[in-house]
Design a protein around this ligand. Structure first.
Ligand code: ASP
Length: 324
């Protein structure tokens, strides 16, 4: 069995300045090997590039599937380091955590805020940190960034500049009780099946209705205030949610707060969601919930079965009680 495969998906780490700003560049492997010349024992890895290399802001759920397929097509390795853009790295890492639950492989995402080609970058430190974490024997999917090894489905990008760009949301997740085995395939047709509504003061019922109107939707994440509250005094808005629920769209409550959990029945402005059949999963974060929904839909789930699976702890993405 080979040791490590580095999969270069794109992102700032390998970018070079161009006429319209930073864009992916194909020269990363030789530049990385050169930067690691003084650490010969670490530089023992194979390297492949995804095609095309992308800025991760262009990534879609199908790209997560392509990464998973690439790992499966190169199953001869013990460890994989995925070089990825930071913008959507937490989504991709979370997606792979659901696709490889319980895997004995080491899969570590990393990238950088400043390209390897530019001075005073964080690319070499992050790459070497990922290699060291690999040597630490950590199994499963994780994200290494700015001196920290983070759980793939419990973190998010919190800074657009700081070298400590990622933070853990709510501490460690709970170990899953049941083994989830992914054998689905995310396709582009599925991309419109997961939606998101971000609540804000003064949001209109019409805009909520509009956001729920697409025929492709199977699940919508409701980004609520605080402990899971929405503007419940607007009965037309609440009716729009109930109407979508009636069309078998699964509605799932996530707090806009990055710390703490949803307690939907604490306030009257939240319990209205329980009465409308909206579900939640305690402290799961946006990135993990979004990726999980895509993985479960690719697995063929919809309606109540999808809602139940969203509430179950599949890969350590939930830390507390899922429903109370
Ligand atoms: N826009 C870049 C990307 O996500 C940002 C980065 O990699 O840091 O690909």
């Amino acid at each position: 069995m080979h040791h490590t495969l580095v999969i270069y998906a794109g992102g700032t780490i390998g970018m070079a300045p161009g006429p319209n700003g930073l864009a992916p560049n194909a020269e990363l492997e030789s530049n990385l090997r050169h930067a690691l010349a003084a650490h010969e024992q670490m530089a023992d890895f194979d390297f492949i590039s995804m095609s095309p290399l992308i800025d991760s802001s262009d990534a879609t759920p199908s790209d997560w599937q392509r990464l998973a397929d690439t790992i499966k097509a190169n199953s001869d390795y013990k460890a994989y380091i995925i070089l990825h853009g930071t913008d959507t790295m937490a989504f991709a890492a979370a997606a792979l955590s659901f696709m490889f639950t319980g895997s004995p492989k080491t899969i570590i995402f990393t990238g950088s805020q400043v390209p390897l080609l530019l001075p005073e970058n964080d690319a070499v430190d992050n790459f070497m940190g990922a290699l060291r974490s690999r040597d630490g024997g950590y199994q499963g999917v994780s994200l290494y960034f700015g001196d920290q090894l983070l759980e793939a489905n419990r973190c998010h990008k919190a800074s657009s500049q700081d070298f400590h760009a990622f933070v853990n949301n709510n501490g460690k997740g709970t170990k899953p009780a049941t083994a989830f085995v992914y054998d689905g395939q995310i396709t582009p047709e599925q991309h419109g099946s997961v939606g998101l509504i971000y609540f804000y003061p003064g949001i209109s019922a019409a805009s909520v209705q509009q956001a729920l109107s697409s025929k492709d939707l199977k699940l919508v994440l409701l980004l609520s205030f605080g402990a899971g509250n929405i503007p419940a005094a607007d009965s037309a808005l609440v009716a729009a949610l109930a109407e979508a629920k009636g069309r078998d769209i699964c509605l799932f409550n996530i707090s806009q707060c990055r710390h703490g959990r949803v307690q939907q029945d604490n306030y009257a402005t939240g319990s209205v969601l329980s009465r409308a059949g909206v579900r939640h999963a305690s402290d799961i974060n946006l990135e993990a919930a979004f990726a999980k929904a895509h993985v479960l839909i690719a697995q063929g789930l919809q309606g109540p079965a999808l809602a139940d699976a969203m509430c179950a702890n599949l890969a350590g993405e939930i830390g507390g009680n899922s429903q109370e």
